[in-house]
Design a protein around this ligand. Structure first.
Ligand SMILES: CC(C)(COP(=O)(O)OP(=O)(O)OC[C@H]1O[C@@H](n2cnc3c(N)ncnc32)[C@H](O)[C@@H]1OP(=O)(O)O)[C@@H](O)C(=O)NCCC(=O)NCCS
Length: 331
């Protein structure tokens, strides 16, 4: 997928939300056979946030959305489309986008959910850009929101140490209106047939939830960590190389990657011959928040002045499916 040829697209506003409750590595030591040292050394994670019972993906997404709209100096009524990327929707239906629409009062908008696991936000961002680029929508809210704690097995040390909850959002408009963050292009790619690498085995139409599913914990995430690791490093490298090839590395301001694992990020940067500061990372505080991780990191990078005016910002993401993709903007 290449750059949109019609209306130029920009990022008008950014926002994020993370729940108050902190789950530290030390807390996990009390639940499973692990240690702060092991987790930090292998992943770079010190703690992650866990949503309260009343905080679902929709509610967290709505707070991030309001913050992004404030940043864009736009009202909820100005939106004409909401795309919500989530692996942990509030319910099978109605969509979480509908819940966000209702919560923020976006009465003139349509909306839908997109699920591509950890690549979800990047897929949704590229989709939103197409809507604006073709003139089919003028102001699109893109939300990535996850309550991953609802699909984690806190007895499985392979998975529960890695993930956390949170939400991030961006408002995309014409570049003329946004005045920054020009969309230069992106990609959306998948390779099915890899359920054994990373999946929630039951709870859908293949295997609806019953007592046997619950007893076996098949409604929770399972992962072949080593295979994801190799795939993530190689894909990170390829996506960044391809995205920057027409521009040159000297134009790079910051990579804002999916917060997958600090070791994966650093190993990819090393292969790209880039310093560790080339990528913005907040994984030590939040862990991997799947579809929420790119917009949460982007918002923090923006508010902390880590994006460089006039330079490129590139987001890359990868996850279950397998799925992977990127978007490139000039900040
Ligand atoms: C999960 C991950 C951190 C595991 O790290 P790793 O270096 O591959 O570790 P391994 O699975 O090879 O396990 C090494 C040892 O640590 C142990 N171990 C695994 N999890 C552990 C934990 N949480 N605490 C302590 N020990 C653990 C293993 O049992 C194994 O022990 P052994 O050597 O006695 O057999 C790493 O593979 C990873 O980050 N993968 C990517 C996962 C991911 O990001 N998925 C989401 C993609 S969007």
């Amino acid at each position: 997928m290449n750059r949109v040829n019609g209306i130029r697209v920009g990022i008008a506003g950014l926002g994020s939300f993370s729940p108050d409750k902190v789950l530290t590595n030390q807390d996990l030591e009390k639940l499973i056979d692990t240690s702060d040292e092991w987790i930090f050394k292998r992943t770079g994670i010190r703690e992650r946030r866990i949503a309260a019972d009343h905080e679902d993906s929709g509610k967290m997404g709505a707070i991030a959305a309001i913050r992004a709209l404030e940043d864009a100096k736009l009202a909820p009524e100005d939106l004409d489309l909401i795309i919500c990327a989530t692996t942990t929707p509030d319910k099978p239906f109605p969509t979480t986008a509908c819940h966000i629409q209702d919560a923020i009062g976006a009465v003139n908008s349509g909306g839908f959910d997109m699920n591509s696991a950890c690549s979800g936000f990047v897929f949704a961002f590229n989709t939103a850009a197409q809507y604006i680029g073709t003139g089919m929508a003028k102001r699109v809210l893109v939300v990535g929101t996850e309550k991953l704690s609802s699909i984690l097995n806190y007895k499985d040390r392979n998975t529960c140490i890695l993930f956390g909850d949170g939400a991030g959002a961006m408002v995309l408009t014409s570049l003329e209106e946004a005045g920054r963050g020009e969309y230069l292009g992106g990609s959306i790619q998948t390779e099915g047939g890899n359920d054994d690498v990373l999946e929630v085995p039951a709870g859908g139409s293949t295997r609806p939830t019953d007592q046997e599913v619950l007893d076996a914990g098949l409604d929770k995430m399972v992962m072949g960590g080593n295979r994801v690791y190799r795939f993530a490093v190689n894909t990170f490298v390829r996506l960044v190389k391809d995205a920057l090839e027409p521009y040159g590395y000297e134009q790079l301001g910051r990579i804002v990657p999916h917060q997958v694992n600090q070791r994966i990020i650093e190993s990819a940067l090393e292969k790209l011959d880039l310093p560790v500061e080339a990528a913005y990372s907040n994984i030590h505080k939040y862990g991997n928040t799947s579809a929420a991780s790119v917009p949460m990191a982007f918002d923090e990078a923006y508010r902390g002045d880590h994006l460089i005016k006039g330079k490129l910002a590139c987001s890359v993401a990868f996850g279950a499916g397998l799925s992977w993709g990127h978007f490139l903007v000039r900040w």
